[in-house]
Design a protein around this ligand. Structure first.
Ligand SMILES: [Zn+2]
Ligand SMILES: [Zn+2]
Length: 142
């Protein structure tokens, strides 16, 4: 994308580094029970970009893959355990990367990006975000 300065990010220990070459049209907080366990957080935040625009620039051989289902592959740093990106065979041309792994708190969104809560019905009961972001049940419900 013309004029877009690539974003950089990586895992906690620095072994795995990546570059993102486009801003994202789609960002979401995921409230599904699988992400909650996997992340150890109430809601990880994902950024969706075309697979070709997400480049692992360092430490590709230090990445461990965990398949939380046949379709969904999760990629972690083998050293520090930070979750860096994910891939679903249902969206073969996209990568979901962890918003929190970007350097310096960079904002990955396009100006009119969709920023949403997803799998809202599965959210943890004791904390409810009070923001005004759209809340959808699953992909395709908006
Ligand atoms: Zn690491
Ligand atoms: Zn999830």
């Amino acid at each position: 994308m013309a004029g877009f300065t690539p974003l950089t990010g990586g895992c906690l220990c620095g072994a795995v580094r990546f570059e993102v070459r486009v801003p994202a049209d789609d960002v979401y907080h995921c409230h599904c029970s699988i992400c909650r366990k996997l992340q150890g957080a109430l809601m990880p935040t994902y950024v969706v970009v075309p697979r070709a625009a997400f480049i692992v620039t360092q430490g590709a051989d230090n990445v461990t893959r965990y398949d939380s289902s046949e379709r969904i592959h999760r990629f972690f740093c083998s050293t520090c355990g930070a979750r860096v990106y994910e891939h679903s065979t249902e969206q073969p041309d996209d990568i979901w990367y962890a918003a929190g792994s970007l350097d310096d708190g960079a904002d990955p969104r396009t100006e009119d990006a969709n920023f949403r809560h997803i799998f809202w019905e599965s959210r943890n009961g004791w904390y409810e975000p009070k923001d005004t972001l759209p809340k959808i049940i699953a992909f395709g419900d908006d």
